[in-house]
Design a protein around this ligand. Structure first.
Ligand code: FDA
Length: 306
């Protein structure tokens, strides 16, 4: 119920204005978002890499409705990849890209062309690109673009969402040599016809998908903060003899940082997903929808006087 309300608020421009202009939201936003510019992204990356973490940078920008906005997003990715390379932060840091930010909603070819330019720049910087996954109406288009990108850039990664009924089959298709797959639960509000609705069914699906990926020939990226799923991931890594080069855990910036450090200390590869940019509102609302305690924390900051 709360999740539905927050996800509805995520689409409300009135709530957005309220949140963006509230005087004390900055600290809360900073917990989950590295900052607004390239320099902020680099600073956060440097700090995390110094702690033994890998990074994937996400430039926030989901409301792309014109080719000019899509071009601007592409240019930001090219700039940040150049800056990462110059700072010696590749291959420890890569980038995550939302095709909607590159024009997918109104021109699939444009989104492909933009994504391809980013893959070329990532190759030149000695690192990789992972395509984020958005709501289920975009899954086929995103996987089609992935297939085309992988012809020249085989290390391009995909995200699969365990809440979708189709995902176990998609995992089988993508569990092949050289294929990088990030498995997450899924963050959008989806109808029952395409997605499991209960947390229990989503978790079960996650485990089935994880089994397929860990048993397969690709490179699994287990994106979750869920202690039970992390334990199962560690167990399967032992079972399938996958060391730190054979799979990785991934978590979001600001979420369970101690657990991220614990996994690094245990010898695992751990990558932190670091969002930055001025369009942080939708991202922040999805994080709040996931965890009621985050809402309490955020609500307090909204009304707090310091
Ligand atoms: P969930 O939110 O169900 O939490 C399970 C348990 O984890 C909790 O009960 C608690 O024990 C623990 N936990 C979670 N948050 C905690 C916190 N703040 N503090 C302490 N404990 C906490 N989604 C999508 O649709 N498309 C995408 O492309 C991506 N990309 C992506 C990349 C990466 C690297 C990550 C980590 C996640 C995504 N996601 C995503 C988001 C994903 O789908 C999902 O919404 C969130 O990761 C939350 O799901 P969890 O698996 O963490 O479990």
């Amino acid at each position: 119920m709360l999740r539905t309300v927050i996800l509805a608020a995520a689409r409300s421009s009135r709530v957005e204005r309220l949140v963006e202009t509230a005087p004390y939201t900055r600290d809360v936003v900073r917990r989950f978002v590295a900052g607004t510019g390239t320099a902020d992204a680099l600073r956060a990356t440097r700090e995390l890499v110094a702690e033994g973490l890998r990074v994937t940078l996400d430039h926030l920008g989901e409301d792309t409705v014109t080719p000019e906005q899509a071009d601007a997003t592409r240019e930001e990715y090219l700039a940040v990849l150049g800056a990462l390379r110059a700072a010696g932060l590749t291959p420890a840091a890569e980038v995550s890209v939302k095709l909607s930010a590159l024009g997918q909603r109104f021109d699939e070819q444009l989104a492909y062309d933009n994504a391809r330019a980013i893959c070329v720049a990532a190759d030149a910087a000695g690192t990789t690109v992972t395509l984020d996954m958005e709501d289920h109406t975009t899954t086929d288009s995103t996987l089609d673009i992935l297939t085309k990108l992988r012809e020249d850039h085989p290390a391009t990664g995909a995200v699969l969402q365990a809440y979708l009924r189709r995902t176990e089959a998609d995992c089988r298709d993508l569990a092949t040599a050289g294929s990088r797959v990030r498995l997450c639960k899924g963050a959008y509000r989806e109808p029952e016809s395409v997605a499991y609705q209960s947390a229990r069914d989503v978790d079960r699906s996650y485990v089935r998908c994880l089994n397929v990926l860990m048993a397969g020939a690709g490179y699994p990226m287990l994106a979750t903060h869920d202690p039970r799923l992390i334990t199962i991931g560690e167990d399967r890594a032992r079972w399938f003899d996958r060391g730190p080069d054979g799979f990785e855990f991934q978590m979001l910036y600001g979420v369970r940082p101690q657990e991220q450090a614990r996994l690094v200390a245990a010898g695992h590869t751990v990558r932190t997903y670091v969002p930055y940019g001025d369009q942080w509102y939708g991202y922040l609302m999805r994080r709040l929808a996931e965890r009621p305690t985050n809402v309490v924390f955020f609500g307090r900051a909204l009304v707090s006087r310091g």
